[in-house]
Design a protein around this ligand. Sequence first.
Ligand SMILES: *[C@@H]1O[C@H](CO)[C@@H](O)[C@H](O)[C@H]1NC(C)=O
Ligand SMILES: *[C@@H]1O[C@H](CO)[C@@H](O)[C@H](O)[C@H]1NC(C)=O
Ligand SMILES: *[C@@H]1O[C@H](CO)[C@@H](O)[C@H](O)[C@H]1NC(C)=O
Ligand SMILES: *[C@@H]1O[C@H](CO)[C@@H](O)[C@H](O)[C@H]1NC(C)=O
Ligand SMILES: *[C@@H]1O[C@H](CO)[C@@H](O)[C@H](O)[C@H]1NC(C)=O
Ligand SMILES: *[C@@H]1O[C@H](CO)[C@@H](O)[C@H](O)[C@H]1NC(C)=O
Ligand SMILES: *[C@@H]1O[C@H](CO)[C@@H](O)[C@H](O)[C@H]1NC(C)=O
Ligand SMILES: *[C@@H]1O[C@H](CO)[C@@H](O)[C@H](O)[C@H]1NC(C)=O
Length: 485
Amino acid sequence: MCAMAGAQLCVLLYLGASLCSGFTYGRFRRRPSEFPVTVQDHWFQQKLDHFNGADTRVWNQRYYVNDSFTKDNGPIFLMIGGEGTANPAWMTQGTWITYAEKLRALCFLLEHRFYGKSHPTENMSVDNLRYLSSQQALADLAHFQVVMTEKLGLGNRKWIVFGGSYPGCLAAWYRLKFPHLAHAAVASSAPVQAVLNFSEYLDVVQSSLARNHSGCPKMMKVASDTLIELLLYKENYEKITRDFNLCKPLEINSKMDLAFLLDTIAEYIMDIVQYNNDNREFEGVKNTNITIQVVCDIMANESWGSPYDRYVEVLHTIIKATQEKCIEASYQTYVQDMRDCRWEGAASTGGRQWMYQTCTEFGYFQSSDSTSQPFSGFPLSYHIQQCADIYCSEFNSSVVTAGIQQTNENYGGLNIQSSRTIFPNGLIDPWHALGINRSLSSDVVAIPMQDAAHCADMYPARIQEPPILPAVRKHIYELLTKWLQ
Ligand SMILES: *[C@@H]1O[C@H](CO)[C@@H](O)[C@H](O)[C@H]1NC(C)=O
Ligand SMILES: *[C@@H]1O[C@H](CO)[C@@H](O)[C@H](O)[C@H]1NC(C)=O
Ligand SMILES: *[C@@H]1O[C@H](CO)[C@@H](O)[C@H](O)[C@H]1NC(C)=O
Ligand SMILES: *[C@@H]1O[C@H](CO)[C@@H](O)[C@H](O)[C@H]1NC(C)=O
Ligand SMILES: *[C@@H]1O[C@H](CO)[C@@H](O)[C@H](O)[C@H]1NC(C)=O
Ligand SMILES: *[C@@H]1O[C@H](CO)[C@@H](O)[C@H](O)[C@H]1NC(C)=O
Ligand SMILES: *[C@@H]1O[C@H](CO)[C@@H](O)[C@H](O)[C@H]1NC(C)=O
Ligand SMILES: *[C@@H]1O[C@H](CO)[C@@H](O)[C@H](O)[C@H]1NC(C)=O
């Protein structure tokens, strides 16, 4: 439909993420793209198009290896890269590494096509992005596995795939679609049901915000309503610019400008809820000390002034921890950055690619359309309009809906018919609303994690973590051990 948009100019931001971080919303920020850990890059010659045998074009896909634990007949562990630069910190840390040590596994991490340094095409023009899809990514995994098995003589060893968030879906779907290759899958916080209007996201944000102070969501609603009232009058723009430390003086010329500002501010809160108390520091994330507790302590504290003033204080606290200079809230700048199709473009570490995948495959749009949540001003239509503004004017709700339907037809959504797959889901995490929360059979096992956030089971253990996590990790380990027998 969008072939003519191949002519889209490569005009002109973003920070990257890997595995379980970054997959908050179509946007990426507060995520490092340069990682402190250095692990050697390896390159795999990958096919460009797995669904056209006559197309022989190839490209180099990045992967990492940890062969310190491997032993004859031990399993092969494959961590699936996601919508950001693959973070080599996972090669030495994380729960899967503790399993690998005990099970004597050989560990690989394969970066997802179009992210990080894995560039299948000359640039990310709309025309080239046709090769970006979960189906191509699964076929990449299969080709990688088959070629590596041959090359390294791994024929008699069982492969177990891991992933969190979108790669969690890929893990489950790889086992589903390539059962002859993947022996088992651990699909952490995987939103396996694609959906256009993901308004439940904010419903969960509301209930999670209430866990320590029952009045917190209400207070936040009062604050966000006050912001909307202030926005009615241009004479307040200077105050709002100052209060929220915006990078540029606030200018609102369209519905999209307004929605973008409100969405941007709300996303800071969503981010805190989604990753509450997760042990992500080893990935280079800086604001891990800002939790729901910290946010709601401020919202409940009258010494900060009105609810609006407390909300402003919350934002300052978050920005200070993330070490951002200011909040970029201009829709125009955002669209310009997202349209930049160069590999060195501002949104190239994941923003442009992931938004494309949401527009064509998943939706997952976190609209403020539900009434049981604190925010307003960024309806479903605003998210869909972004697909049109960034990639191709032909995107509209029916086009996006068709892609989502195809995804659910292909993988089965919540009705996935598979085996030897584990679905851990943190119940604080808004994404659990699209995940498997009840076991579907004796070996499609849901592990709901009380008090835990997004992909909490994957991170290194620590004292302050939700008390359920040690038992969750043990449960997963025991299932894998059983399935490997
Ligand atoms: C993007 O890459 C294609 C080749 O895949 C090339 O034809 C096109 O000119 C490039 N576009 C820009 C704007 O660089
Ligand atoms: C594999 O991970 C272990 C545990 O962190 C680490 O000690 C070892 O150096 C790693 N090996 C390689 C080859 O990276
Ligand atoms: C916050 O709420 C959770 C869940 O109810 C509880 O486990 C935790 O101890 C609370 N934190 C504080 C500081 O009260
Ligand atoms: C409220 O905030 C003030 C200023 O930071 C602080 O001194 C005070 O201890 C807080 N009160 C409570 C109940 O947390
Ligand atoms: C969080 O950590 C940052 C720096 O690591 C520090 O500046 C900030 O005061 C901390 N905030 C809270 C609320 O603990
Ligand atoms: C999105 O879902 C919410 C909750 O189900 C609903 O109230 C709202 O009308 C939906 N939005 C659209 C545009 O359909
Ligand atoms: C969306 O676009 C398609 C094709 O461009 C068109 O047929 C359809 O009527 C449009 N749907 C809506 C809801 O605008
Ligand atoms: C579990 O999923 C069902 C739908 O599949 C949903 O109705 C229910 O609310 C979910 N429970 C939790 C705790 O999320």
